[in-house]
Design a protein around this ligand. Structure first.
Ligand code: PSU
Ligand code: MN
Length: 349
C-alpha cells in the first residue's frame, strides 16, 4: 500500500509540476483534478509533517478581512513549528492542496460576497465539472471552499497526517424532525490516514446527539489535556469524550496504535479553548443561538445553508463578541495539530 501511494504521489508530481497540464479536463485520472503545491509535494516526499486546513471557515465561517488574516496567521503558526500548512479549496477546476496567499485572499473576499460555493463530499465532482462551463451558466459557481468533510477526504487521499480546524459540523438541534446531520461525521468515520483537531462543537448543534452518532460510527473522540468534551466557546460541554491524552506524544501513540491495527476509522482530538479566551458570556451566546435557530426555521433555511446562516447570525446578534475567541481557538488548535504531526513523525522515524 505504501508503494502504491508513493507511485500515486510521484505520478501526481509528474503531472502537476508542469503547468501545461492545467487545461486538461478530458482525462479521468486523479492527477488531472488535484493540484498539489510544490511546497506540499516536497514535504510529503521528504517526510516533513504536513498539516491540512479547511477553507469553508474562511469563506463562510468568518467575515472579511478577519477570515484571511486568521487563515494566514494559522499557516504561519504551523510553518514556525517546522511543519508545512496545506489549505485546501477548489479553484479553476482543481482541488488545490496548498493555497497561495493570493488564493486565500480571493476566497475570503469573494466568500464575504457570497460568491464561493460551500463544498462537502457530494459537491466536489459538480464544482470541478463547472470549470468547463461558460461564465454565469445558470449561476453555477466555480470557486469552492471545502468543509471539514471535503477537506478530510482530500487530506486522507494525500496521506496528510493531521487536519486542523475550529469546530466540526454535527447533529443539529431538532435533527429528529429535520434529519440535519453533517456529513463531517460520516467522513470522520472513514478517515484512516488523517486525524482531525478541533475545539469541540458549537452549541448551534446538539452536542450530546453529535457524540452519540460519533460513537455509533466508531470515531474515537479524544480530549486533549482534558477529560471534558469542549463546546467551542467554552471548555466543558458537560459531555465526555471517549478518551483523553495529556501530550502530543500520547496523541501520536494513540494514532500509531490505530494505524498498526489498520482500523481505518477516524480520530477526533478536541482541544479546549485557552482559559483566558473562554467567554464568560455563555448565556448571551446561548440566547443569540436560540434566536438564530428560530429565524432559520421561520425563513425555511435548509441543507448546506443552515450552518453558515447560523454562524453569521450569531456573530451579528452577539455584536462580534464571539469572533476574537473563535480566532484564538483556531490558532491554539494549529499549535496542537503541528505538535501532534511532529510527534507522529518522531514515532514513525
Ligand atoms: N462550525 C464552525 N465553524 C465553521 C463550520 C462549522 O464553528 O466554519 C463549517 C465547517 O466547514 C464545517 C461545516 O465542516 O461548517 C459544516 O457544515 P454542515 O453543518 O452543513 O455540514
Ligand atoms: Mn446540514
Amino acid at each position: 500500500a505504501v508503494a502504491a501511494a508513493r507511485r500515486r504521489i510521484s505520478s501526481l508530481n509528474l503531472h502537476l509540476c508542469s503547468s501545461s497540464s492545467l487545461s486538461s479536463t478530458s482525462s479521468s485520472s486523479l492527477s488531472t483534478r488535484i493540484f498539489v503545491s510544490d511546497k506540499v509535494q516536497t514535504a510529503l516526499k521528504n517526510n516533513i509533517p504536513v498539516v491540512a486546513l479547511e477553507s469553508t471557515i474562511i469563506s463562510h465561517g468568518m467575515s472579511y478581512p478577519e477570515n484571511c488574516k486568521c487563515a494566514m496567521e494559522v499557516e504561519d503558526i504551523i510553518s514556525s513549528k517546522g511543519c508545512v500548512p496545506a489549505t485546501i479549496a477548489i479553484i479553476d477546476g482543481y482541488v488545490k492542496v496548498g493555497l497561495t496567499r493570493k488564493e486565500i485572499d480571493k476566497l475570503g473576499k469573494e466568500g464575504a460576497r457570497g460568491d464561493v460555493q460551500k463544498v462537502s463530499r457530494r459537491d466536489i465532482a459538480p464544482i470541478l465539472a463547472n470549470a468547463s462551463l461558460s461564465e454565469s451558466s445558470l449561476g453555477r459557481l466555480k470557486l469552492g471552499a471545502t468543509t471539514v468533510s471535503a477537506t478530510l477526504l482530500i487530506a486522507d487521499m494525500m496521506k496528510i497526517p493531521v487536519f486542523v480546524t475550529g469546530g466540526i459540523g454535527g447533529v443539529h438541534r431538532n435533527a429528529e424532525t429535520t434529519f440535519d446531520i453533517s456529513s463531517d461525521l460520516i467522513e470522520l468515520s472513514r478517515a484512516k490516514n488523517t486525524v482531525v483537531v478541533c475545539a469541540g462543537v458549537k452549541s448551534i448543534l446538539d452536542i450530546g446527539k453529535t457524540l452519540e452518532v460519533l460513537e455509533t460510527l466508531g470515531v474515537t473522540t479524544v480530549g486533549y489535556k482534558t477529560t471534558a468534551f469542549p463546546a467551542f466557546f467554552t471548555r466543558d460541554s458537560g459531555f465526555k469524550p471517549s478518551t483523553f491524552v495529556n501530550s502530543a506524544e500520547e496523541a501520536a501513540n494513540l494514532i500509531d496504535a490505530r494505524n498498526a491495527l489498520r482500523l481505518n476509522s477516524g480520530v477526533l482530538f478536541a482541544v479546549p479553548v485557552p482559559e483566558q479566551y473562554e467567554k464568560a458570556t455563555g448565556a448571551e451566546i446561548e440566547r443569540c443561538t436560540t434566536q438564530a435557530i428560530r429565524e432559520a426555521k421561520r425563513r425555511r433555511i435548509s441543507g448546506r445553508d443552515v450552518t453558515p446562516f447560523l454562524l453569521k447570525r450569531i456573530v451579528e446578534l452577539s455584536k462580534g463578541k464571539s469572533l476574537s475567541t473563535n480566532i484564538a481557538l483556531v490558532k491554539n488548535n494549529a499549535e496542537v495539530g503541528a505538535d501532534i504531526a511532529i510527534a507522529l513523525k518522531d514515532i514513525r522515524g
